[in-house]
Write a protein that binds this ligand. Structure first.
Ligand code: GUN
Ligand code: FE
Length: 424
């Protein structure tokens, strides 16, 4: 199924790199040189030393970077496209915890997660930071299915020992299962564990404190949710009257550290944003989810200007769009809603900027440099525009890229490379 690129391979086509948060860098009819799955460079003309190397010829096609989905909930895949009529806290109680509870059944988990992994690859998502449910065995099944499909990243067994309906764990059980899961996770190569206190309302102080210590002692990263919804923020204030701001409820327990991932941050003010900058916390913007469950319009332009590290997530199944191309265009639409609401004072994001958020901003989390930088493992998506509408004139490659971002679906994704392997 997956095939390692061995020796030197030249991938030929129009190469489109998100080297900065801005216009993409386009190398027309270029060569992406890859050695044993690792990028050696992008070349407009074939260097003499590479003549004779194996060529994977996508001449005329667009070669984009692989997408990183930095926030999604695997056990919510079965409820995709459903139950969008309630705000966050009611949505969790009414639909979400019930669906996640199904993952106590390992056969169901295997079926759902193999399908999710295949759908991610088909849509060009090659790396993820993903939530599982509370179930250790189903979490290990998710890790297996992702690794088998060639997807890399971080997977979290969710911790929740308070106000969590059908999914509530006992505190001791949550700790014990977390340790079992961390021990068993060492068998994976490309997917790693990430500690996942669901969010402050669903974890007792004792559990948060314990998780913070484990994160510190074992050097494991942390993912959670922050300032998504106004009622949620009010509840967090009631639960932690000693904290002025939501982020401090994580900081208090050592969970607000370098590479901590916080989904949403829709209502984070300048001070909360500064705390993200100061601790190198990644904010994951999930536009489709924020609209579906009426959370709000995240100030992405403002966060970027202030220096917050922002990437994109589908937030399945608050978000109803798994393809990161859809998340990318959803991000553009939301930024336009903000531009309309501010009468242009807050300029909307460009396609190139959103492409950066969907690719390089996330790949940095995994240690990559921006674009197809030498030393990065190859993560790439080849787009074939044959199915797109006929154009009235010859388009530039930049125009073709922008159009494909809006119009391409999995049928237009001709090939996908993840972690140096061809995975589609
Ligand atoms: N906050 C806590 N859990 C969730 C979840 O599953 N989805 C979203 N969107 N927000 C959350
Ligand atoms: Fe979420």
């Amino acid at each position: 199924m997956t095939e390692q690129l061995s020796g030197l391979t030249l991938i030929k086509g129009h190469i489109i790199e998100a080297k900065t948060f801005g216009d993409p860098v386009i190398t027309e009819n270029g060569y992406l040189a890859v050695e044993d799955g690792v990028v050696k460079g992008v070349f407009a003309d074939l260097p003499a030393e590479f003549v004779g190397a194996k060529v994977e010829d996508y001449s005329g096609k667009l070669i984009l970077q692989g997408f990183s989905d930095m926030h999604l909930h695997a056990p919510q895949y079965p409820m995709l496209g459903m139950g969008m009529d309630l705000p966050l806290m009611d949505w969790l109680k009414t639909y979400t915890f019930k669906t996640e509870a199904r993952f106590s059944d390992n056969d169901f988990a295997r079926m759902a997660y193999s399908r999710l992994a295949a759908d991610l690859v088909n849509n060009g998502t090659t790396r993820v930071c993903i939530y599982s449910s509370i179930h250790t065995d189903a979490t290990l099944i998710l890790m297996e299915e992702l690794e088998k499909a060639g997807i890399g990243g971080y997977v979290g067994k969710v911790n929740m020992d308070r106000a969590s309906g059908e999914c509530q764990e006992l505190t001791e059980e949550s700790k014990r299962e977390t340790l079992r899961w961390l021990d068993e996770s060492t068998r994976f190569t490309h997917v790693k564990p990430i500690l996942t206190p669901r969010f402050t309302p669903s974890c007792t102080n004792e559990l948060m404190d314990w998780l913070g210590k484990v994160a510190n002692e074992r050097g494991v990263y942390v993912q959670s949710h922050l300032s998504e919804n106004k009622r949620e923020i009010e509840l967090v204030k009631e639960l932690h009257p000693d904290c002025e701001q939501y982020w401090q409820t994580y900081d208090k327990y050592g969970l607000w550290t370098d590479h901590t991932i916080m989904a949403h941050c829709v209502h984070s003010d300048a001070r909360e944003q500064q705390a993200m900058i100061d601790h190198n916390v990644l904010c994951v913007h999930c536009p489709d989810s924020n609209i579906n469950i009426c959370s709000g319009f995240a100030p992405v332009r403002q966060m970027k200007e202030r220096g917050v590290w922002v990437a994109l997530g589908s937030d399945i199944a608050g978000g109803a769009q798994l393809p990161m191309l859809q998340v990318l265009t959803g991000c553009l639409r939301m930024s336009k809603a903000r531009a309309i609401a501010t009468e242009g004072k807050e300029p909307f994001l460009t396609v190139g900027e959103a492409y950066y958020l969907a690719t390089s901003a996330g790949s940095r989390y995994f240690g990559d440099a921006d674009g197809f930088a030498p030393g990065n493992p190859l993560h790439a998506v080849v787009l074939d525009e044959t199915r797109l509408p006929p154009s009235a004139r010859e388009l530039t490659v930049k125009e073709r890229f922008e159009r494909a971002v809006y119009l391409a679906d999995d049928r237009s994704i001709a090939a996908v490379y993840g972690g140096g392997k061809k995975i589609k």
